[in-house]
Ligand binder design. Structure first.
Ligand code: CP3
Length: 346
């Protein structure tokens, strides 16, 4: 019988032989082998090729003792088959040539089947699942409706989210229509990833922290809840991660995921004590800890683990994505610190 990956067991709050660990943005620019692939291929080229996607997904697992592979993709990929002209501009980030400006732009967004349009990512999930051992989980992911809506409306990096917030207040019906479309997109995309072989699914709500609790509860929460509710049929555990949202922690724990990811701003024990519904927890080493000395990295990892205090239902991770300037050796040190801590604490 196939083993259930330890990450999946921890998501369900079960006891595990060791704390499952993976790192957000574990594949990417801090790895020289990734930069080598990027010399010849753009980000979108990699995502359009199942073989390159699998290769890049597996790169961090070849170096580090991780418990999960997160499939290499981007939360913005599903916007392309909806009719959005997306590009990743070096030094700037994602740019959309035709952002949403009016209710008719929302209506024009096309429905699509991810199995027809995002096939390389799905094929890569199936392939990676056969290449990693049974104890290792393959994680699929998607952007949450609000974060996707923010990109669609803002079109380019923003400092204050003025466009999306004024769209929410000036065009509430069109915003609702947009969120309703996007929750379908995220839900179907994650379901397709589960069907392709993903063991766990993470929803990234990167920009939710820019909302106050009243707006989050009134115009956003139900749509993320819809996504999680519809994923129950997949049998895959779900992880919900919002950035910079300590003021939303109670609400986020009610959205319906099995695991809540906690960003680096809040101590993990305080975050856990503030959950208003019982869920497992993921996090939350500050990514900048990996820029420090060996001693600093070890102390920071131990601090997270001491705060968790051996409670079941913890997945070790960063409290946001890996920074591009992270020395890969720092990751080796962090993983060693984690395993040494567990060996002495046992
Ligand atoms: O191992 C992994 O986690 C890599 C897979 C991955 C990527 N994007 C590839 C990528 C994942 C999980 C994402 C998620 C993602 N993408 C999020 C949510 C996570 C978060 O950080 O909150 C968001 C907001 C995006 C949108 C996005 N994509 C931005 C803002 C940028 C540019 C900023 C930057 O870091 O340069 C991207 C580009 C991108 N997506 C890169 C990678 C590895 C870097 C650019 C490159 O390699 O050319």
């Amino acid at each position: 019988m196939a083993l259930t990956p330890r990450l999946v067991r921890a998501c369900r709050g079960e006891e595990v032989d060791r704390t499952p660990a993976w790192l957000m943005r574990q594949a990417g620019r801090y790895l020289p082998e990734y930069r080598k692939v990027r010399e010849a291929h753009s980000l979108l080229d990699i995502c359009a090729d199942a073989e390159l996607t699998s290769k890049v997904t597996l790169q961090p697992l070849e170096r580090f003792d991780l418990d999960a592979a997160i499939i290499f993709a981007d939360i913005l990929l599903p916007l392309v088959p909806m009719g959005i002209d997306l590009d990743f501009v070096p030094g700037k980030g994602p740019v959309i040539q035709n952002p949403i400006q009016s209710p008719s732009d929302v209506e024009a967004l096309k429905p699509f089947d991810p199995r027809d349009h995002l096939t390389p990512t799905l094929e890569a999930i199936t392939s990676v699942r056969t290449q990693v051992n049974q104890d290792t989980a393959v994680i699929g992911f998607a952007g949450a409706p609000f974060t996707l809506a923010s990109y669609l409306i803002e079109g380019a990096p923003t400092k204050n989210f003025g466009r999306v917030k004024s769209f929410m207040s000036n065009e509430p019906e069109a915003f609702l229509a947009l969120m309703t479309k996007l929750r379908e997109v995220s839900g179907r995309w994650l379901t397709a990833q589960a069907e392709a072989g993903a063991d766990a699914l993470q929803l990234f709500d990167t920009w939710a922290g820019w909302l106050n609790p009243i707006t989050y509860e009134k115009q956003v929460m139900e749509h993320s809840r819809f996504v999680f509710h519809n994923l129950k049929g997949t049998g895959c555990p779900t992880i919900h991660f919002a950035v910079g949202a300590p003021h939303l922690i109670e609400l986020l724990s009610q959205v319906g995921s099995d695991v809540l990811g906690v960003d680096w701003r809040l101590s993990i024990d305080e975050a856990w004590s503030r959950f208003s519904m019982d869920c497992a927890i993921q996090g939350n080493l500050d990514p900048t800890a990996l820029l420090g000395s060996e001693q600093h990295i070890r102390r920071a990892v131990i601090d997270v683990m001491q705060r968790v205090d051996q409670r079941p239902g913890h997945i070790f991770n960063l409290g946001h994505g890996m920074l591009p300037q992270t020395p890969p050796h720092s990751v080796t040190i962090a993983m060693d610190a984690l395993r040494s801590y567990e060996a002495t604490a046992a």
